[in-house]
Write a protein that binds this ligand. Structure first.
Ligand code: HEC
Ligand code: HEC
Length: 483
């Protein structure tokens, strides 16, 4: 038989048979649910709560300015007006790490939002003559990262079994023009010599973990949800939670025993405490709450790296009665965060497109909402009526849950164990770029899949998610990106 003797219809039939398998799998693969990616303009966060009065607005604006201020060692370099940077630091202003999609947010990314710029930690490493090398886990298009070590090293350089868990500094002030001081008529010289930690070695020892910044939009609402409301919410839907393997408990402040709620493990009690601690651990600025200079705990900072009296940030006694001017930076950071409004979703309720409305029902029906509580009510607030008895649409129970071996970072903070994390609030998720505590993914599908591993309380819910049709999964993802 030659080619010429094949009838045209036979050729067609042969071609059909040949392509049938790929046609069939093509039809099946035709639709796979995907993260639609970060939502574009308008930016739904970064404004003050609507309706603040003039003096509250003045505190917000002053706080925002200070939140964005760049800190230097002496506070005298051009454009770097606040003193106290270092000896160790992770960046040089609150706003550098909390910037996306607006001041108060989280890790910037040029890929999704060119206007917020790349990871600021690359430039800050060598700013003003600093001699830091950029550690391997910090890249221009990756998330801002804060390193933590799980255990202390023994004197012979191996891992000890004593837990560390604290924040360490990616950078030091060594080499900066303002980390050298000539003093007196003698012309004596004080120069800071302080090498960076050996991150390669820590990584090699399996001792290194990362945290990315959590956004602070709506933080004043989170601060003001009463303990009774949190406890009642965690106890609600008990049968359903038990059937799915969800329990959870609160992290509590070790000193006064009340629920703590900020940070990836809900390790910090309040905005005042978090602001002061961040000022100390992220920028190296001593303040009225964390009053000494920090070295590489438990190792003290070298004396030649200390250039200022302590605390570096403090109440301004010269300001007399001028409210916002008299307060320390740490207090003003907290006021700014307190008055930042909760993120605005793209739409609400029946005003949302059908797919988003469907997605919200899927979110409830598969059990996401059993941890990610859509809304909780605040108590009366002495700061502003807007923070009083308000609905905080945070999508979190503020409890910590076992999240399994895949997410575990082997860090204990308060009563939050090695694999326990605070249910991450999902408000503002639509305009976020990096997800999960270490910023391991930019893909919401991955963020959901990662909830599932040995020992995770979310395994039952992820199993429900796996049983959804691709169309239902898509509605869920569209809903998440509307937040
Ligand atoms: C080097 C980057 C960096 C800088 C600079 C920085 N932060 Fe953060 N911020 C983080 C990271 C990382 C976390 C999450 C830490 C954790 O939970 O372990 C965080 C979390 C927070 C939170 C907790 C919010 C929540 O709901 O969980 C607050 C509040 C906060 N930062 C305030 C500040 C303030 C105020 C400043 C300036 C004094 C500041 N941060 C400077 C990286 C930074
Ligand atoms: C058992 C409680 C629990 C359940 C159920 C749960 N989550 Fe989470 N979720 C968490 C915790 C805890 C984190 C933070 C984990 C981490 O960063 O290591 C988180 C993080 C996330 C994040 C990343 C947020 C961020 O800030 O990076 C997304 C997105 C998310 N959850 C969506 C979902 C969806 C969708 C479902 C339902 C399919 C779901 N979650 C079910 C507890 C839960």
């Amino acid at each position: 038989m030659t080619h010429s003797r094949l009838t045209p219809s036979l050729v067609l039939f042969a071609a059909f048979l040949l392509f049938l398998p790929s046609l069939r799998s093509g039809l099946e693969a035709q639709f796979v649910a995907r993260d639609p990616g970060p939502r574009g303009a308008p930016v739904g966060a970064g404004n003050p709560i609507a309706g603040l009065n003039n003096s509250q607005t003045a505190f917000f604006e002053d706080g925002m300015l200070r939140f964005g201020e760049v800190v230097s060692v002496s506070g005298t370099l051009l454009g770097e007006v606040s003193p106290g940077l270092g000896p160790g630091f992770n960046s040089n202003s609150c706003g550098s790490c909390h910037s996306q999609p607006a001041t108060g947010g989280t890790s910037p990314s040029t890929t999704a939002y060119p206007f917020v710029g790349p990871n600021p930690q690359v430039a800050v490493a060598t700013l003003d003559g600093a001699t830091n090398t950029v550690p391997f886990f910090i890249t221009l298009d990756g998330p801002v990262r804060e390193p933590r070590f799980k255990y202390l090293l023994a004197s012979n350089g191996t891992l000890s079994n004593v837990r560390d868990g604290g924040v360490h500094n990616a950078f030091t002030i060594q080499g900066r023009v303002d980390a050298t001081m000539v003093f007196g008529m003698t012309g004596g010289l004080q120069t800071c010599q302080l090498p960076q930690p050996d991150f390669q070695q820590m990584n090699h020892l399996g001792n290194l973990i990362f945290r990315i910044p959590t956004p602070v939009f709506g933080a004043g609402f989170i601060e003001n949800i009463p303990e009774a409301t949190l406890v009642a919410n965690l106890q609600s839907n008990g049968t359903m939670k038990a059937a799915l393997g969800i329990s959870g408990h609160f992290n509590r402040n070790p000193n006064d025993g009340t629920i703590s709620r900020f940070g990836w493990k809900a390790q910090n009690k309040s905005l005042g405490l978090f602001a002061a601690e961040a000022e100390s651990v992220e920028m190296g600025v001593s303040n009225e709450v964390f009053s000494d200079e920090r070295g590489y705990p438990p190792v003290q900072p070298p004396a030649e790296c200390l250039f200022n009296g302590t605390p570096e940030d403090h109440t301004n006694m010269q300001a007399g009665n001028d409210g916002a001017q008299a307060t320390s930076n740490a207090v003003e950071f907290a006021n700014f965060m307190r008055f930042l409004d909760q993120p605005r979703p793209a739409c609400s309720g029946s005003g949302c497109p059908q797919n988003v409305q469907n997605g919200r029902s899927v979110f409830n029906s598969v059990g996401c909402a059993l941890c990610h509580t859509p809304s909780l009510q605040t108590a009366g607030s002495s700061f502003s009526t807007q923070l009083s008895n308000a609905q905080a649409n945070l999508f979190s129970d503020l409890a910590v849950h076992h999240m399994g071996s895949g997410l575990a970072d082997d860090i204990i903070q308060g009563t939050a164990g090695p694999d326990e994390f605070r249910t991450a609030p999902l408000w503002g998720l639509g305009q976020r770029v990096f997800f999960l505590h270490d910023g391991r993914t930019q893909d919401l599908v991955q963020a959901i899949e990662q909830h599932s591993s040995a020992g995770s309380e979310a395994n039952g819910v992820v199993n429900n998610y796996h049983h959804l049709s691709e169309a239902q999964k898509q509605d869920l993802l569209d809903f998440l990106r509307s937040l």
